[in-house]
Design a binder for this molecule. Structure first.
Ligand code: TXA
Ligand code: MG
Length: 319
């Protein structure tokens, strides 16, 4: 059920069941991170492969030392700059952290989410919450309680309703190699904002065949069921599909005159933050219209535009 009842959420987590939680990025599917049986329910319900580790959610920086065995100085700087907020740090784990959380890795991912309801929930628990995004593996992440309900219905006992997610795309993930920050996943904190705090950041170029450091960086992810194409040239793409039922996923308010079945504009004035906030809800809506194709418009590739393009690329096929 969808509820705002924190007491019920606490009770459900303590008995080893799953609770969907709101965060500023996307909704999470949470379990007691110290209860392996509860953690396995996350993988089962999401149909998530066991090699893909989970993010721990905590309510204060003080708790970080119970989770991470080492905290590089750049990590501390980033935590102080962005927590609570949409940044996940991958750090060497404390020995007590479950292998079901980390998929057997020596590192653990952790963040303090910036949502009042979930922070209150965490402060009432004496264990961290492990939570991936609350969607079936590979599908579009949920940014409202209703999205979660549409996916899982009553299979999640408690869906904690914290309204619409204010950031709209997942956290940015940063790990450390020889204490140098490495970007594992673009997200709601832009790469430029990370660089402003720590200077040099290593970024792997996946197209050049570098190792996938973070298993969530799979090429196909965040994907609607409707075939989606990403393009810089919407007019040309429209001409490729003359007889199709098309939905447009546009950054700004352009292409008013094109005859299409549906149109979503992420931000009329071209604001990246607004576009990020609207992205997944727009994708969910288009995906429910039985369209033949979705044509998505690439954003300018800077700041959050880059993070949004990353998600659109994984959601689509190349034309
Ligand atoms: O914004 C978010 O991060 C949301 C909310 C709910 O917090 N969570 C989220 O979780 O996006 P998920 O499971 O969809 O993505 C977690 C990512 C995966 O790509 C996983 O591979 C990576 O975190 N990850 C987790 N532990 C890791 C580790 N030890 N090393 C590298 N990557 C890790
Ligand atoms: Mg996810």
């Amino acid at each position: 059920m969808i509820t705002t009842d924190l007491h019920k959420a606490v009770e459900t987590l303590m008995k080893g069941e799953l609770v969907a939680i709101p965060t500023e990025t996307v909704y999470g599917l949470a379990a007691n991170a110290t209860d392996d049986e509860a953690l396995k329910k996350i993988y089962a319900l999401k149909n998530r492969p066991f090699y893909n580790p989970l993010i721990l959610h905590i309510s204060s920086l003080k708790k970080l030392a119970t989770i991470a065995a080492e905290i590089p100085s750049a990590a501390l700087k980033l935590a102080e700059a962005f927590w609570p907020g949409p940044l996940t740090l991958v750090l060497k784990k404390q020995s007590g952290i479950s292998n079901v959380v980390t998929s057997g890795k020596e590192t653990v991912a952790v963040r303090i989410p910036d949502h009042p309801l979930t922070l209150e929930l965490l402060s009432r628990l004496d264990f961290p919450l492990a939570a991936p995004s609350a969607n079936p593996f590979g599908q579009i992440s949920p940014t409202s309680a209703q999205h979660v309900y549409d996916y899982f219905g009553e299979n999640i006992e408690v869906i904690l309703d914290g309204g619409e997610c204010q950031k709209g795309i997942e956290s940015t993930i940063v790990g450390f190699e020889n204490d140098i920050p490495v970007l594992y996943r673009l997200g709601s904190v832009s790469l430029e904002d990370i660089q402003r705090v720590v200077g040099e950041v290593l970024v792997y170029n996946q197209e050049s065949g570098n190792e996938i450091k973070s298993p969530g960086m799979l090429a196909s992810h965040y994907a609607p069921r409707t075939t989606t194409y990403l393009t810089q040239d919407v007019d040309a793409a429209l001409n490729l599909y003359p007889d199709k039922k098309i939905g447009l996923l546009l950054f700004q308010n352009t292409f008013e005159n094109s005859e299409v079945s549906a149109r979503e504009v992420l931000s009329i004035n071209g604001d990246f933050e607004e576009a990020a906030r609207n992205l997944y809800a727009a994708m969910h809506r288009l995906d429910h219209l039985s369209l033949d194709v979705i044509i998505a418009q690439e954003l300018p590739n800077t700041g959050l535009g880059k993070s949004i393009n990353d998600r659109l690329t994984r959601a689509s096929k190349k034309i």
